[in-house]
Design a binder for this molecule. Structure first.
Ligand code: AMP
Ligand code: MN
Ligand code: MN
Ligand code: MN
Length: 285
């Protein structure tokens, strides 16, 4: 079985609709796909429908924006119930925060002489989530940088002129919403946060104390060394290991769906105890 447990659709900042995403995953040999849009669940029904049609198993997921000790951390919720009111309310609050932030990003770009960025980003957003990715796409289209990396470095990245810091969900809150919805909380692309050993240890203590149970060991953000390091942390804290491409689309240099190296030996895969919904595989559902 091929698992890809981290991906995005147009419901957040992905480039493919949920149905196209599932079709692409299927074509690339993925058996089990998690759709994990940023702070939104709206893509899940369409993805479920396409998955049932193709016989692919769709794991309902989400990627929640968290602020922990002034740092932006992404926490994945896997196997969540999209109808859970607590999770829904928490995510609605984050999307509201995103809307405020987007207006402020627009104002800051305006001050730099770049007009219409808020409206431009809004027009590029396919759903309710306004992401810096949409601003990045707008800025690249306006010729203000050759690619995503450049415009993040110039304008949108941490500490840059259009960077607006935000207080996202608390770690404990995000994990509680995921658990309330029956899901498993997983730290997304942990090597990306570049925390030193001591800090990362403290973070994992807080995460496990909150009820988190996994970390992404294999991620397109990780090289081989990161992978081994994270496998060791997982073992040390008794955490499950997850694997995901973090696919956002075919352009802009994103990793391909399903291109996932095997978990290092000794890892306990997060899917180990999953009873994968036979209903989703039944024809015609
Ligand atoms: P947001 O969640 O709105 O703060 O937007 C962050 C998103 O921007 C990430 O989920 C990535 O999809 C995208 N992104 C692309 N390049 C970068 C970069 N260099 N730094 C941060 N985010 C990036
Ligand atoms: Mn993204
Ligand atoms: Mn992320
Ligand atoms: Mn992601």
């Amino acid at each position: 079985m091929k698992y890809d447990l981290h991906s995005h659709s147009t419901a957040s900042d992905g480039q493919l609709s949920p149905a196209r995403l599932v079709e692409r995953a299927h074509a690339r040999g993925v058996d089990v796909l998690a759709l994990t849009d940023h702070d939104v669940l709206d893509g899940l029904p369409e993805a479920q429908h396409a998955a049932a049609r193709l016989g692919l198993i769709l794991v309902p997921g989400v990627e929640i924006s968290v602020t922990w000790e002034e740092r932006l951390i992404h926490i994945l919720g896997l196997g969540i119930d999209p109808d859970n009111p607590q999770l829904q309310a928490g995510l609605a609050g984050l999307r509201e925060l995103r809307r405020h932030r987007a207006r402020e990003i627009g104002r800051r770009l305006e001050r730099l002489g770049i007009g219409g960025a808020y409206e431009g980003a809004l027009a590029l957003a396919g759903g309710e989530v306004l992401s810096r990715s949409h601003f990045a796409r707008f800025l690249v289209a306006e010729g203000l940088g050759r690619d995503f990396k450049t415009v993040f470095r110039r304008y949108l990245g941490r500490g840059k002129p259009a960077y607006v810091s935000c207080r996202w969900a608390a770690l404990e809150e995000a994990v509680a919403w995921i658990r309330a919805a029956g899901g498993q909380a997983v730290v997304a692309h942990p090597a990306r946060y570049q925390m030193g050993r001591r800090l990362f240890e403290r973070f994992l203590q807080a995460f496990t104390a909150a009820g988190g149970c996994g970390i992404e060991v294999v991620s397109s953000s990780h090289d081989h060394k990161d992978c081994r390091t994270m496998a060791a942390w997982a073992q040390r804290f008794g955490l499950y290991a997850s694997a995901g491409s973090d696919f956002h689309g075919v352009a802009d240099g994103w990793a391909e769906l399903g291109r996932i190296p095997a978990l290092p030996s000794g890892c306990r895969p997060i899917w180990q105890d999953w009873e994968l919904g036979q209903a989703a595989r039944a024809e015609g559902v």
